[in-house]
Design a protein around this ligand. Structure first.
Ligand SMILES: NC(=O)c1ccc[n+]([C@@H]2O[C@H](COP(=O)([O-])OP(=O)(O)OC[C@H]3O[C@@H](n4cnc5c(N)ncnc54)[C@H](O)[C@@H]3O)[C@@H](O)[C@H]2O)c1
Length: 320
């Protein structure tokens, strides 16, 4: 029972590899290193440098390592870039997934876990988002995640032996070890660290939302908790079917101002913020209802916002 982790050299994948090792689930990583780092993969984990779009290389790796489960993380993930270069995202995220699933089908792989995103909800009509909340992605990136789920649904309808689940991550932050910190600067926490490193005030996009302090509310989840959810899901998928989609969040709404205040506490830097106009399309407030994954897998998040910011800061200082 070996799981192939595509994108296992990336930020989240590196943590999942370790979570699988902790419960003795054998893994092989397939990553083209377009964004990931070879050093993120432990030396005792087999590593294949290839694109998910290279069906021959994927098939050969699956055969060589006796792969029975596939955890598909490899993707392009920058929402803004996806708006500017939609074809790149449809090609990499959906085209790449079709290539990968074709190779998996050829090799008889019957378990698939997929990295989806809260971006599938777009601007949800409610604050507490369940898996039944209507989807409506606002970007090509979110669209590719929703279509990825649909591809798996269609495939399972055609082949009932396929077991699959998609995990919809909310806002991921933190690091399990300083060297594994997020290297991309796309989210609030690393963007704030970058501003501080450049002696600039972090920007706050709008302070006039209808929330407790006027800033947007989101759900932040520690990458170590997220990784544990994957390990639990993979183990269960080996034993029997699971639900199709799961929210993975803490189930707690936190404002941007509260995150910035935690950054002040952790860094000891008493910075001011520059309030700038709202960004187009930013929903006011939403957070996960994680009760489905808690019911089905017994998984709940354990690490709080301060643990996320503290570990992310240690990672930032190590990498910069
Ligand atoms: N980071 C977040 O906040 C977040 C939130 C929701 C969902 N996700 C999803 O989680 C997954 C992992 O995200 P991450 O933050 O670890 O990103 P990341 O960029 O750190 O990792 C992605 C990995 O995939 C690899 N990759 C990309 N294209 C590839 C290809 N064609 N073939 C093989 N490897 C390829 C990259 O080299 C990288 O190692 C992505 O699917 C992302 O969309 C991330």
């Amino acid at each position: 029972m070996t799981w192939m982790l595509t994108g296992g050299a990336g930020y989240i994948g590196a943590h999942i590899v370790r979570a699988f090792q902790e419960i003795d689930l054998p893994v092989v990583v397939l990553d083209d290193l377009s964004a990931g780092v070879r050093g993120n993969v432990p030396a005792d984990v087999p590593f294949v440098q290839a694109s998910v779009q290279d069906r021959d290389a994927v098939r050969a790796a699956m055969r060589e390592h006796g792969v029975t489960g596939l955890l598909h993380l490899a993707a392009k993930k920058a929402v803004g870039e996806s708006v500017e270069r939609p074809l790149l995202y449809w090609d990499e995220n959906v085209g790449g997934m079709v290539d990968l699933l074709q190779a998996a089908a050829d090799e008889g792989v019957e378990r698939v876990l997929f990295s989806s995103s809260a971006a599938v909800y777009g601007n949800p009509p409610v604050e507490l988002v369940t898996e039944e909340t209507p989807t409506g992605p606002l970007s090509p990136y979110g669209g590719t995640k929703l279509v990825g789920e649909q591809v798996l649904r269609d495939l399972a309808a055609a082949d009932p032996s396929l077991r699959w689940s998609a995990l919809r991550y909310f806002n991921v932050a933190g690091a399990g070890a300083p060297a594994l910190g997020d290297r991309s600067i796309a989210n609030l926490v690393p963007m704030t660290f970058r501003a501080l490193s450049e002696s600039r005030n972090p920007q706050l996009f709008g302070d006039d939302y209808d929330t407790r302090d006027g800033s947007c509310v989101r759900d932040y989840i520690h990458v170590v908790d997220l990784a544990a959810a994957h390990a639990a899901a993979a183990k269960r998928l080996d034993e029997g079917p699971l639900g199709e989609v799961y929210n993975v969040g803490r189930g707690e709404g936190v404002t941007v101002t509260e995150v910035l205040s935690t950054v002040r506490t952790v860094t000891g830097i008493n910075f001011e913020v520059d309030v700038v106009p709202r960004r187009a399309g930013d929903p006011t407030a939403y957070y996960a209802d994680p009760s489905k994954i808690a019911d089905h897998l017994g998984w709940t998040a354990r690490l709080d916002l301060e643990a996320m910011v503290r570990s992310a800061w240690e990672g930032w200082q190590t990498q910069h």
